[in-house]
Design a protein around this ligand. Structure first.
Ligand SMILES: [Fe+2]
Ligand SMILES: [Fe+2]
Length: 285
């Protein structure tokens, strides 16, 4: 059994200091096997914001936490066109990525993080052909029985966006990426970006928000620490991998300590034909 805490959209610079402290306390108490940070660590990619984010991560690591981090669009400087074009992730690399791997594998899980934030796009994400090839290459080297998990900041499927009723498109390259994901045996994709928690079993014909592949479970995290909420509490996901069953618990904070109001309610198994089937609640966003 493995447990992954997915924290996302921390947005240091637009964060709630008390919630940051509560998040630290929750993760210290839970002690997951891996903490996945799915992008937007800062609000405007300023040095001070990266330093604050780095300090938060380092405090977790000092307690023995293992981290896997990918950047988000807010981690690319917005108002510096030259930097944006030539070195979009320079500060992210200097403060966050250096010394940290975007790949983790053991006998039970293999997790790959890919940077979907690039300099040419302001808000939307994309995966390059080289990155998509890496999906096949990395997971081919994973232990055969390990659960394969892909992490990006921008979702691989269309999901509710910033505006009421809006369905934001998937990242560019999503179609090819999903083919690679499927071929590599990835059954769990994690993302952030929209600041809304959601869990969906991909089901062709079920509608735009979840219209991908019924074999792939799509998990999105809310914003863990930012005040840029979408009418929902700050939250993070605690994902438990237990054999063929995946359980996703949303831990929430309304300014106080994080707690999980409905543990075990989002539980997903795998049927005999290999497709995902829901054993818990309905998808929500
Ligand atoms: Fe964000
Ligand atoms: Fe984002």
């Amino acid at each position: 059994m493995r447990r992954i805490a997915q924290i996302s959209d921390l947005h240091f610079g637009a964060h709630e200091p008390a919630v940051v402290a509560h998040l630290h306390a929750a993760l210290s108490a839970i002690r997951p096997d891996l903490i996945v940070v799915s992008g937007d660590l800062t609000q405007r990619a300023h040095r001070s914001q990266f330093a604050a984010a780095a300090g938060f991560l380092e405090r977790l690591e000092a307690e023995g936490a293992r981290l896997l981090v990918v950047p988000g669009n807010h981690d690319v400087p917005m108002h510096k066109p030259l930097s944006r074009l030539l070195w979009p992730l320079r500060r992210y690399t200097r403060y966050i990525a250096r010394g940290r791997s975007c790949w983790y594998a053991d006998q039970e899980m293999a997790v790959l993080g890919l940077a979907s934030a690039h300099g040419l796009t302001v808000k939307d994400g994309r995966l390059t052909r080289i990155q998509i090839r890496a999906i096949a290459d990395c997971f081919a080297a994973a232990p055969p029985g390990a659960a394969r998990i892909l992490v990006t900041h921008h979702p691989l499927v269309p999901l509710p966006g910033d505006e009421p009723g809006e369905i934001a498109p998937a990242l560019r390259g999503a179609h090819r990426a999903l083919e690679a994901v499927r071929a590599a045996g990835v059954r769990l994709v994690l993302a952030g970006h929209h600041h809304l928690h959601s869990v969906g079993i991909a089901d062709a014909g079920s509608g735009a928000a979840l219209s991908i592949d019924r074999e792939i479970l799509v998990v999105q995290a809310g914003t863990a620490t930012s005040w840029r909420r979408r009418g929902t509490p700050n939250s993070f996901n605690l994902i438990r991998l237990d054999g063929s069953t995946v359980t996703i618990d949303e831990w929430r904070s309304t300014g106080g300590p994080f707690s999980c109001p409905a543990p075990g309610s989002s539980r997903h198994g795998r049927s005999a034909d290999g497709s995902a089937e829901r054993a818990g609640d309905a998808p929500r966003s």
